[in-house]
Design a protein around this ligand. Structure first.
Ligand code: KIV
Length: 275
């Protein structure tokens, strides 16, 4: 039993969409991380992380796969439910995995599973303009939605690799337009992955809703990274935007606190983490 959870204090109000909207308004950066189990969830909560994502990156980070494509709804629900047990304050977001939202109805059914069986408070889907009707449908059922633009790992076999997106003028213009359309369709957050910093800035300024970036430069309303990357657990070549927060840290909790502080102060991401 996590004794930490029995000691939950009432002064730390849980993060809601309202909290995130106020943070954007006031220019306070949102600190977000991925998580896949209850033990780390307790540390993320203790470090005051605002948004926790049970990402389908678990396929690569936890399951040792090459891509996120093999991740199933059962995997997502299991990991989400165990992360939920470790959290009190952070907003819990979960990914709809590959092919779990081929239609509005399937997207709704699977979002409900993530919320009812997994304890998620918000769902995230990799999107483009083609997903506007799904976002609208979920929003019309009062489901909080994060639309993920830029590098979309679920499409990697079609797009041909993990590459920076939106470098060309036309692609950048399309992404700005997609972000606006997804916001209009009801997206509550937009997540931008692996795009030029300038494009991250333009989209964040153009949207009313909070924009969280990963490799999208310093001007987004918040940052997210894969937990195992900042704790230097991931082996092999890491993306340019990753910073090892274990350097100089006493332990895992200290490293996570340093990440939160670096996001809030604007020290992360530095120019060397940007495209
Ligand atoms: O699955 C995931 O971890 C993600 C992050 C990279 C944002 O989508």
């Amino acid at each position: 039993m996590y004794t930490h959870l029995q000691l939950r204090d009432t002064e730390r109000q849980p993060v809601s969409l309202g909290t995130l909207a106020r943070m954007k308004e006031e220019g306070r950066k949102i600190a977000s991380l991925t998580c896949y189990d209850a033990s780390f969830a307790v540390l993320l909560d203790a470090a005051d992380v605002d948004v926790v994502l049970v990402g389908d990156s678990l396929g690569m980070v936890i399951q040792g796969r090459d891509t996120t494509v093999p991740v199933t709804m059962d995997h997502m629900v299991y990991h989400c439910s165990i992360v939920a047990r470790g959290l009190h304050r952070p907003l819990l977001m979960a990914d709809l995995p590959f092919m779990s939202y081929p239609s509005k109805e399937r997207a709704l059914e699977n979002s409900v599973r993530l919320m009812q069986d997994g304890g998620a408070q918000m769902i995230k889907l990799e999107s483009g303009a083609g997903q506007c009707d799904i976002v609208e449908f979920l929003a019309s059922h009062d489901i909080a939605v994060c639309a993920h633009l830029g590098l979309r790992p679920q499409s990697v076999h079609k797009t041909g690799g993990f590459r920076v997106q939106g470098r060309q003028e036309e692609a950048a213009a399309r992404m700005i337009e997609d972000a606006k359309r997804l916001e209009a369709a009801g997206a509550d957050i937009v997540l931008l992955e692996c795009i030029p910093a300038e494009l991250g800035q333009t989209i964040s300024a153009a949207l009313r809703v909070p924009v969280i970036g990963i490799g999208a430069g310093p001007h987004t309303d918040g940052q997210i990274l894969v937990l195992y990357d900042i704790l230097d657990i991931t082996t092999g070549r890491k993306p340019r935007f990753v910073r090892n927060f274990m350097t100089g840290a006493a332990d895992n909790l200290d490293a996570i606190k340093r990440y939160v502080e670096a996001v809030r102060s604007g020290a992360y991401p530095a120019p060397e983490h940007c495209f």
